[in-house]
Design a protein around this ligand. Structure first.
Ligand SMILES: NC(=O)c1ccc[n+]([C@@H]2O[C@H](COP(=O)([O-])OP(=O)(O)OC[C@H]3O[C@@H](n4cnc5c(N)ncnc54)[C@H](O)[C@@H]3O)[C@@H](O)[C@H]2O)c1
Length: 251
């Protein structure tokens, strides 16, 4: 049985990497999927590729840090689908500079995408979910949203930490509307975001060295967690920060 049959989902940053893996998984499980991304070329071809495999996928252009853009996208999706059951706030960036080297403009850019983005997405989707009687919001945080990871830029850890607590705040306030909000907190996964770093053998060795299960997170591992949290099987799971990290945050 398809686990997301009749569900309508919007996935930010769905054009590649983890977001695309989630879009593939949700489509396979019967959801209608909107791929929302700032990169239109990639997003259009992602939706076309999904549709080639029998999905019902649509690309929408979205800069997640732009309030007016969110308003227009949510209006479009609700007009076309009549509602939205699942929001995955997945889009993210990482400017790899430590606190001493990061400019104020770079910090703004990091927060624009990584925390203002999910904040605005939730703001615009809540009235829709209230109206249809509930929904599932999934925020793509990171292990860096749970610990002070010393190899990761502080702008990234603070944005992901804020995303973890935003998740819990939304879960607390909006649970009474049958709206669940959970975060996924993955360790390093092989996507375009980290491909440059993975070419550095020392960096790769350090990343793998901190994982008790001894490997990177697979995109399928993260997508499987998202599928569970999105589905009715997780009907009583609310406010959870779910590490998909092979045990990185267990010690
Ligand atoms: N890859 C990892 O190791 C890892 C680990 C933990 C958490 N994460 C988180 O998972 C999420 C996905 O990461 P990924 O590795 O797949 O990244 P990625 O760089 O491969 O893909 C990110 C996607 O987000 C889109 N995007 C960037 N800025 C945007 C904006 N302003 N508006 C809309 N879309 C935008 C990009 O165009 C791209 O399609 C991010 O939030 C990231 O922080 C990644």
């Amino acid at each position: 049985m398809e686990r997301l049959k009749t569900k309508r989902a919007l996935i930010t940053g769905g054009a590649q990497g983890i977001g695309f893996a989630i879009a593939e998984t949700f489509s396979r499980e019967g959801a209608v999927v909107y791929v929302a991304d700032v990169n239109s070329d990639l997003g259009l071809s992602a939706a076309a590729n999904l549709n080639k495999s029998g999905a019902d996928a649509t690309f929408v252009s979205l800069d997640v840090g732009d309030d007016a853009n969110w308003k227009q996208v949510v209006e479009q999706v609700t007009a076309e689908l009549g509602g939205l059951d699942i929001l995955v706030n997945n889009a993210g960036i990482n400017i790899r500079k430590v606190i001493e080297d990061m400019s104020s403009e770079e910090l703004d850019q990091m927060y624009h995408v990584n925390i203002k983005g999910p904040f605005l997405g939730i703001k615009h989707v809540l009235p829709v979910m209230k109206k249809i009687g509930g929904g599932s919001i999934i925020n793509m945080s990171s292990v860096c949203g749970l610990i002070g990871h010393r190899y990761t830029p502080e702008a990234y850890t603070t944005a992901k930490g804020a995303l973890t607590t935003l998740t819990k705040a939304i879960a607390s306030r909006y649970g009474k509307f049958n709206i669940r909000c959970n975060s996924i907190n993955p360790s390093t996964a092989d996507t375009p975001m980290v491909q440059q770093m993975l070419k550095d053998p020392q960096w790769k060795k350090e990343r793998l060295g901190e994982v008790p299960l001894g490997r990177m997170a697979g995109l399928h591992d993260i997508a499987a967690a998202a599928l569970y949290l999105a589905s009715d099987e997780a009907a009583f799971i609310n406010g959870v920060a779910l590490p998909v990290d092979g045990g990185v945050t267990a010690y």
